[in-house]
Ligand binder design. Sequence first.
Ligand SMILES: Nc1ncnc2c1ncn2[C@@H]1O[C@H](COP(=O)(O)OP(=O)(O)OP(=O)(O)O)[C@@H](O)[C@H]1O
Length: 696
Amino acid sequence: MKRVVNFQEQDPSAEEWEFKDTKTENKKRKNGHREKFNATTTKRLDHAEFIKKKEEMAAFRKQLPIYSGREAIINTLQTSDTVIVMGETGSGKTTQIPQYLIEAGLASSEIGSVAVTQPRRVAAVNLAKRVAEETMTRLGSKVGYTVRFDDTSSPQTVIKYLTDGMLLREILSDELLLRYKVIVLDEAHERTLRTDMLFGMVKKIQKIRLERQGQDGILPLKIVIMSATLDAEKFSEFFNNAKILYVSGRLYPVDTMFTVEPQADYLDAALVSIFQIHVNNPKGDILVFLPGQDAIEGLTTLVNEYSTQLRPTQQKLLACPLFAALPPSQQQKVFDPAPENTRKVVLSTNIAETSITIPGIKYVIDCGLAKLRGFNPKIGVESLLLHPISKSSAWQRTGRAGREAAGVCYRLYTEDAFRELEDDTVPEIRRCNLAAAVLSLKASGVENVLEFDYMDRPSRASLVRALEELYALGAIDDHGNLSELGKQMAEFPLDPTYSKVLIQSKEYGCSLEIIAIISLLSVDSVFFTPSDKREQATEARKKFLHPDGDHLTLLNVLKSYWEVKGDIEWCKENFINNRNIKIAMEVRDQLIRFCERIDMDPKSSCGSDTDNVLKCFLTGFFQNTALLQPDGSYKSVAGSQNVKIHPGSAMFGKRVEGILYNELVFTTKHYVRGVSAIQSAWLPLAAPKYFNNVRS
Ligand SMILES: Nc1ncnc2c1ncn2[C@@H]1O[C@H](COP(=O)(O)OP(=O)(O)OP(=O)(O)O)[C@@H](O)[C@H]1O
């Protein structure tokens, strides 16, 4: 069958891509060999090579558009405390400005270094690598990065790329961020919850440091806000009318194409477009933006399957997935060059949308959709729904091309549809559960979170709900102050409900089980369900099912996995996702270390008394509970919401007195996931304060 997606300005002579039945082709693929990436090898340069590379880097840096604004940026920062820098994607903001600051002596190991925040871990890691390369230094010396569970910075580090979450964590131990002279808040337009919290916090820190200047050697703090797609006036206003610098020019042009007709099936349109580009366009890798892991995994399989139909003389195609739940080592693979005579197709969620340069990318395909988290504070329901992206996101996606050469961005929507898009994505702070954010603000010394200096104030209802949740968890006391338990909870890199459960596991004598289950819950799924073997996978899963539900089922999987020492064949036979379990085990190691730090015994086990595990879970998840109604449905204890057990749960179709669940998500219905059976009598014991209040 021949299919084509028509783009405006598309070359009318473009070859159509013919899709053949893949089943017969699959056999060929299994017999044929698959290209693998070569890990990039680093070699030690001799002196002449070193000088040559240094000169090349210097020349490269000078041709970046931002270079023309270097003097202006330095001069403005010499005289102003806060500057907002706007410049095209790829113009050099993130990699160059921190270097300019060091070169101009505005930051140093003596007066304090530069911190550059990124909303995403993959960006922080790769920017640090790139800037270390540009400065011809070893990663971790002058330039480093800090992301959750991975720190390559050292006392010599003067430019540190870190996630916004890590900077928030640093405030807990260095409340005036004295180790830094300049804080650069990059990709400010993304408005992640954590970046929004940082806006208010660094503004406050800057004010305090200015007032205390000179005392104990305190120096003023400089703040740089950066983005390519930002409402600069709004930011300027928030930061006391800070100066705005516009840096014009982009490195290479990117043509933008829209489809002529709306596309009913974005996955199909993406698949067709990939092959159209491949057979018609010159060399250059392709980056495709998709909404989520499912879509990415599905398309990865299809691209690899159909690529077996390419003519032997044609370049090969190699699909590489990129999403947050992939282990960092696998994410890193998309940055490796494609093997010879192969075009790389990176299939990514919006984790590749901002900041990063993926070498080789010339073409971007944008499906125009993203999965966005939402939260209804009234009933405490989270949602994860497909939404059209904003114009700002669309431009960021386009900007992933044109970084090493001219590029093209294919938008799988019409120009009219583009005009209808919102300018910016609604800030996360306006649509998320704020419990973790409020805990973090409180732990950083913000007493009155209702009055905190927010750029966009969250609704009072969501702040009050977060405070109530933390109070019920025991993280804040009757006076609204952080309790000892709350302080400990803030130390863990987990959501407050999970950190509460983990800390309480000491009382219930089941830390071993709780750590294991929380680690397994941190990955997408430990089960593997290929679409063509759904029945066998369901059958295989039965042997792990625990009558009390998903939490203990996960524990059963892990026990069996340990018994066979993680044997890959066993995983395959039992449809267990070996890769995800391995990631979970890395998380487990980290959690064990955190527990040891606060004197908990991570090995304490309740053995066969598994009720204890569920009772312990209830100490954090008592609000995520529902009771069986006479008609066989379940109604949530908080919010009286009718909830349905997700078909993927071990509890699906079962009738028990009560259930606890990890999440209540609205997709097509109010579904609960991660479900286990409980007794209603356990509830007041798990959270006496909460249930006494509910009753009275
Ligand atoms: N890892 C890398 N490999 C190769 N080139 C890179 C890499 N990182 C950056 N570059 C080059 O440096 C240029 C500037 O990148 P930089 O990230 O500083 O731009 P930016 O203005 O911050 O972009 P954005 O707004 O998209 O974050 C890129 O256009 C690209 O040419």
